[in-house]
Design a protein around this ligand. Structure first.
Ligand code: PCA
Length: 209
């Protein structure tokens, strides 16, 4: 099995993006799956386009994108991406769209096609904080999750895709944070669950508000 994992470059005030550090720290094989790594720019459209080109080049069975969610205390597995760009800061090319559709006339939203509950359970079994998130925001991470899902639904619907947000890395001196071991172990556990489960399990992961 081939799995494409993507990470972002630094954006906003940060000098690094911890997703790149975690990506570089991942082994090249996880549970017999070959891990292909790609760093994408925090730029609307270009980010997703680079992933789509990589999908066409390597033909993976699974695509998992990683993004930084500064301020979140746990690894959050995204459930859904929505068809909107509403940026509160500029992306790395100075774009700041407000309430623009990502795909004109596209589906309002796409669900992750990864086994998100099985991933949640696997991360918890490592003793690492994780949750299901019902919003990937309205910045470049949501954009990438939506655009990749839209492409796959139209061109390659058997390929599974989804998104994981991670907290700050402890070396960034921002809180809440996790260390590289925790982040890497959590992401590896999630990938192992994706390899093991082609269906999802029914365990609670919702939120009241
Ligand atoms: N996080 C941003 C974009 C890039 C990243 O790592 C986001 O959550 O949209």
């Amino acid at each position: 099995m081939k799995i494409l994992i993507t990470a972002f470059d630094a954006f906003g005030d940060d000098k690094i993006n911890p997703t790149t550090v975690v990506l570089n720290n991942l082994p090249s094989i996880i549970k017999n799956a070959s891990i292909y790594k790609l760093v994408i720019p925090t730029i609307r459209y270009k980010s997703a386009q680079m992933i789509i080109e990589k999908i066409e080049e390597i033909d993976p069975e699974v695509v998992i994108s990683l993004g930084l969610a500064g301020g979140r205390p746990a690894i959050s597995i995204e459930r859904i991406a929505i068809n909107i760009d509403d940026f509160r800061i500029c992306d790395n090319e100075g774009n700041m769209p407000i309430d623009e559709e990502i795909v004109r006339g596209g589906a309002p939203a796409y669900f992750s096609t990864l086994p998100i509950k099985a991933m949640l359970k696997a991360i918890h079994e490592e003793g690492i904080a994780a949750n299901i998130s019902n919003t990937a925001g309205t910045f470049v991470c949501n954009h990438v999750m939506y655009a990749v899902a839209d492409y796959l639904s139209k061109h390659n619907p058997q390929v599974r895709s989804g998104f994981i947000h991670i907290p700050y890395l402890d070396t960034m001196d921002k809180t809440p944070s996790m260390n590289l071991d925790e982040l890497s172990s959590g992401i590896i556990a999630a990938i192992e669950a994706v390899v093991s489960f082609d269906y999802d399990i029914k365990i609670p992961g919702g939120s009241l508000h």
